[in-house]
Design a protein around this ligand. Structure first.
Ligand SMILES: *Cc1c(COP(=O)(O)O)cnc(C)c1O
Ligand SMILES: [Zn+2]
Length: 417
């Protein structure tokens, strides 16, 4: 085993090497994602040096304020009006009252350029991909990633190749197609599309599949959610956080962010609990958690929460590790509960989340009702995508109270009925 701890040839800021999560084998920074020794997933290893709150606070109001903690060059290209991140952390008092918790915040990532948290991971992947010598940005996607990749490529003047399941929501197809890259709808589910992407990545050396061959860099982008939550709480960690789980990457990286902040002395090292949220129609990680298993058995997804519909989640076992280590849990909710979760958040906080947000809110509710979430601890819910992209999930449940002729008596009658 060679430890690569000298300055790498490639300047990706504090990133020093890729390190295997399973066996610890290290290789120089490269577009690799699997360990040659044991096939375990590779993760970015860093040497942060010293990073202060002032360093971060003097940065732009985007994910790039944390560039000293990310695998991106020090002079990472910044476009203040379109960079993702530094989204609102909303003190959600009305939702807190409805759920019966004392202090609740909603991290509202609908405010990103393409209205989901995926803009974060794509921005980091693109910055690394430039340095790694790629020319085309690509991905297999459950929807939001398609939007984010197509838009980021357009902005950068790159070509994009985006693969989606043909059954995707109409809105997510159109909001990817509008950027005019190469959008390919595949007859198959996400797991089929993902396998196809892995094959294509092996055949096309200058295509950066953000979540395949540059996945180690991409995945680090999710840390920014954790950094922001801590900074926006006034440089402290929340007591508990509820995070939607698709591949499971985001959940593990928010935990990684909290630990890094504590190690760097940027926050006090206070205990926190991480909770995962899934839709029952695609809940392989929740099933493993409840069965007290370490192995995540793949499932065939069947849920309206299509952005979370990954039947074989790559980071599932690490999600289990994280929630068990921190004293959290993984829970799942039905599609009816997802719709109720979307409506509850909208009704109480005026925030319209997509189905993944409905999963998070409904799971939080269930975790409180079953005594798994502590109603007295500071709680943060990650709302990762915008409801305008999943209108089909709610269209049969909501609508106008009445259709009336244009006179005041008719409006009054409708309001009284
Ligand atoms: C992709 C996605 C997630 C989860 O991502 P993973 O890191 O794969 O678990 C959560 N919410 C939304 C809206 C997403 O699009
Ligand atoms: Zn290994």
């Amino acid at each position: 085993m060679t430890a690569v701890d000298t300055t790498p040839a490639l300047d990706l800021g504090p990133a020093r090497a890729l390190s295997c999560r399973e066996c610890g084998h290290q290789i120089p920074l490269a577009p690799e994602f699997a360990c040659a020794e044991c096939f375990g997933p590779l993760e970015v290893a860093y040497d942060f040096g010293s990073v202060t709150r002032a360093d971060i606070e003097s940065g732009p109001k985007s994910i790039w304020r944390y560039r000293r903690l990310l695998p991106v060059p020090p002079d990472v290209e910044s476009h203040p009006n379109t960079d993702p991140g530094f989204t609102r952390l909303v003190k959600a008092d009305r939702l807190a009252a409805a759920l019966g918790v004392k202090s609740l915040w909603v991290k509202d990532d609908t405010g990103n350029p393409t209205h989901s948290f995926k803009d974060r991971v794509v921005a980091v992947a693109l910055a690394a991909a430039r340095k790694l010598g790629f020319k085309v940005l690509a991905c297999p996607s459950t929807g939001n990633l398609a939007n984010a990749v197509a838009a980021a490529a357009a902005r950068a003047g790159w070509d994009s190749v985006v693969l989606i399941p043909s059954s995707l929501e109409r809105a997510k197809i159109l909001t990817s197609a509008v950027y005019d890259g190469s959008l390919i709808a595949v007859d198959g589910n996400y797991d089929d599309v993902n396998r196809l992407a892995t094959e294509l990545a092996a055949e096309n050396e200058d295509w950066a599949f953000v979540n395949v061959n540059v996945r180690p860099y991409y995945a680090e982008g999710s840390k920014t959610l954790g950094y922001e939550v801590a900074e926006q709480l006034g440089w402290r960690l929340p007591g508990q956080v509820v995070i939607p789980v698709a591949s499971g990457s985001q959940l593990t990286k928010v935990d990684k962010a909290f630990r890094e902040l504590a190690i760097l002395g940027l926050v006090e090292d206070t205990p926190y609990r991480v909770f995962g949220a899934q839709a029952t129609g695609c809940s392989p990680v929740s099933a493993a958690y409840k069965a007290d298993q370490d192995v995540v058995v793949p499932v065939k997804p069947n849920t309206i929460a299509r952005s979370l519909a990954i039947g074989a989640p790559a980071d599932g076992p690490y999600v289990l590790d994280t929630v068990r280590r921190t004293g959290g849990a993984v829970e799942d909710v039905t599609d009816e509960e997802v719709v109720e979760g979307i409506r509850l958040l909208a009704r109480t906080e005026g925030i319209f989340a997509e189905t993944a947000g409905g999963v998070t809110v409904a799971t939080a509710k269930k975790l409180i009702e079953t005594g798994q979430l502590d109603p007295d601890a500071d709680t943060v819910l990650l709302i990762t995508g915008d409801g305008l992209k999943t209108l089909d999930a709610v269209e049969n449940h909501i609508g106008p109270k009445a259709v009336v002729p244009p006179n005041t008596a008719a409006v009054r009658a409708a309001l009284d009925s």
